[in-house]
Design a binder for this molecule. Structure first.
Ligand SMILES: *Cc1c(COP(=O)(O)O)cnc(C)c1O
Length: 366
């Protein structure tokens, strides 16, 4: 499982490109014929991941100038650019690259128009619709958020001169586990978009949000999406991040120390939430499996626990550096390696790497 030349103590992200391709193929198969699949770069922007997904999907969705540069370097055939706080420099770069911009406010539409006086750029308007009825870990519409324009501002947005609105962006949720609810959301998004009376409706972007259950091996059932009808002349865009990348990553961290204080047992790892912040950010315990390492070349006794519950904690000097609480192990020793599966999305990319200045993990691409 681990490459033999990995430096010890083990601390690595293992990214598996075959899994990325398999996930992309399964999404492609599940979404309706005639729709487009983009990968949301923010889930994992590692260049090797982007190169694989730029080829396996129709293109990439980016949310900053930095991601735009990565997406172009990865050879993406198509790029769309969203995000609530775009600078003029980022907008200019997107316009120059012919990237489709998802505009997030009336003010932004005016800025885009002013940045391209010689042309009328085509843009997609992100709308924060009331309702939507989707449940997930982050709800972005139907509730006050910085994303998109309120439906009440639609007429004002459509009247901004110097830009041409060719569709709507309606990304609504993150980590939704209910495939039937997701299909209903997409159908509703299509019906709503058709009802807005746009002269030239060519794009309906329904965003990402396909869920992954970290406590089991389950993912959102994509099969209800297949029956959705794509209106003629419309590019229906799906842009998942988590679903494509999560399963392609494993975070491996060696147990440096084992100790019991005040009745709780801690496995202290070479690594932690500065590499994989998601469990701390969301407040859950990420499961692990143990890779036993029998080799113990040291003259002193090997710390070991059997048949007990352990907390898997990191190397940071804060009690919040916890990846997993209270997981039962039959045996765990210093020098064994914990493997955290499904860490390919929102893992390294959302973590506070510089805190305490430990060495970064190795990145192993297979
Ligand atoms: C984050 C994001 C995505 C991807 O979301 P996932 O939950 O990872 O699928 C897609 N589109 C937009 C606009 C986003 O902000």
């Amino acid at each position: 499982m681990l490459p033999p030349d990995l430096p010890r103590p083990v601390c690595a992200y293992l990214y598996d490109t075959a899994t990325l391709r398999a996930r992309a193929a399964s999404v492609r198969q599940a979404i309706p014929a005639g729709s487009s699949l983009l990968y949301a770069v923010k889930a994992n922007g590692h260049p090797a991941v982007l190169e694989v997904l730029a080829a396996a999907c129709d293109g990439l969705e980016v949310a900053s100038g930095g991601e735009l540069a990565l997406a172009r370097a990865a050879g993406a055939r198509r790029i769309v650019f969203g995000g609530p706080g775009k600078t003029d420099a980022e907008l200019r770069a997107a316009l120059a690259a012919g990237v489709l911009i998802n505009a997030e406010s009336v003010h932004e539409l005016r800025r885009i128009a002013a940045l391209s006086p010689a042309a009328v750029p085509e843009v997609v308007l992100r709308v924060n619709r009331p309702g939507g009825g989707l449940r997930g870990s982050h709800t972005m519409t139907g509730t006050p958020t910085p994303f998109g324009v309120d439906e009440a501002q639609l007429a004002e947005a459509l009247a901004v001169p110097g830009v041409r609105i060719i569709g709507f962006h309606l990304h609504a949720v993150s980590n939704n586990m209910d495939g039937h609810a997701h299909a209903a959301f997409v159908r509703d998004a299509i019906a709503w978009s058709l009802a807005q009376g746009l002269d030239d409706l060519r794009v309906i972007n329904v965003g990402g949000g396909f869920g992954v259950d970290y406590l089991s091996s389950a993912s959102m059932d994509l099969s209800p999406l297949r029956g959705i009808t794509v209106p003629g002349g419309v590019d229906l865009i799906f842009e998942p991040g988590r679903y494509l990348a999560a399963d392609a990553g494993t975070y491996a961290a060696e147990v440096l120390d084992l100790k019991t204080t005040h009745g709780r047992t801690f496995a202290v790892l070479r690594g932690g939430t500065h590499h994989f912040r998601l469990p701390a950010a969301w407040g859950y315990s990420h499961p692990f499996t143990i890779l036993p390492v029998d080799d113990w070349p040291h003259p002193y006794p090997r710390p070991q626990v059997t048949d007990t519950e352990v907390d898997a904690v990191g190397e940071l000097c804060t009690p919040r550096d916890v990846l997993t609480r209270g997981r039962h192990v039959t045996r765990l020793r210093a020098g064994d390696v914990l493997l955290f599966a499904r860490t390919g999305a929102y893992g390294w990319d959302i973590s506070h790497h510089e805190f305490l200045r430990h060495d970064p993990p190795a990145f192993v691409i297979t």
